[in-house]
Ligand binder design. Structure first.
Ligand code: 5GP
Length: 203
């Protein structure tokens, strides 16, 4: 059996990574999502072992000490990590495993692993991203705006990913990721200009 691929998907908070991943898993049963460990509080509607494995700071420290994480990072006051053995096992079983993780962890994975399908999702515009972040009402206005300011700094890192997709329409984005998995996707030719336009957008 062929070993599965490791797919890293990042993008600014509010871009809709979760929705894209869910849709992708439904479309292609060779694809699965790795469930991370986190020390952050469980939100309404989230399920242990489905959204995350919710763990104490001490349990998280022990996992770090035992080398159990493929990568881990701290963001927005919580810590998040990818369990190494689980991901390896699934890839050995031929599954294409998605890590939906932030940029610092993604860079660590790219440094350690060969042949990572790294994908960065860009918003069509910054104003749309801001509306989505504030509009979903998940974390309150101040926290949403803090995430938005992080997004501004973060999108420069898109250049460090192998593939970049502008997430306009869900089905197009999912289609592009399927193309990536089959080696048929090409990055936008005007990627540099797309990033510049986002950075210079008047808000
Ligand atoms: P949230 O708290 O909104 O679920 O996630 C916050 C951020 O943590 C998101 O950008 C998400 O991609 C990232 N994240 C989730 N799991 C992991 C992980 O295992 N490792 C890293 N580095 N980031 C993660």
């Amino acid at each position: 059996m062929n070993k599965g691929k490791l797919i890293v998907i990042s993008g600014p908070s509010g871009i809709g990574k979760g929705t894209v991943c869910k849709e992708l898993i439904q479309k292609d049963d060779s694809v699965m999502l790795s469930v991370s460990w986190t020390t952050r509080e469980k939100r309404k509607g989230e399920e242990e072992g489905v959204t995350y494995f919710f763990r104490s700071e001490e349990e998280f420290d022990r996992m770090i000490e035992s080398g159990g994480f493929l990568e881990y990072a701290g963001i927005y006051g919580g810590r998040y990590g990818t369990p190494r053995d689980y991901v390896r096992r699934c890839m050995d079983e031929g599954k294409n495993v998605i890590l939906e993780i932030e940029t610092q962890g993604a860079m660590n994975v790219m440094r350690q692993e060969e042949d990572v399908c790294s994908i960065y999702l860009l918003p069509p515009s910054m104003s749309e991203l801001r509306s989505r972040l504030v509009g979903r009402g998940r974390e309150g206005y101040e926290k949403a705006m803090e995430r938005f300011r992080c997004a501004y700094r973060e999108i420069d890192l898109a250049r460090d990913y192998r593939y970049v997709i502008v997430n306009e329409k869900l089905e197009d984005t999912v289609g592009s990721i399927m193309e990536i998995l089959h080696g048929a996707y090409r990055n936008p030719e005007n990627l540099e200009q797309i990033i510049q336009t986002l950075k210079e957008e008047e808000l």
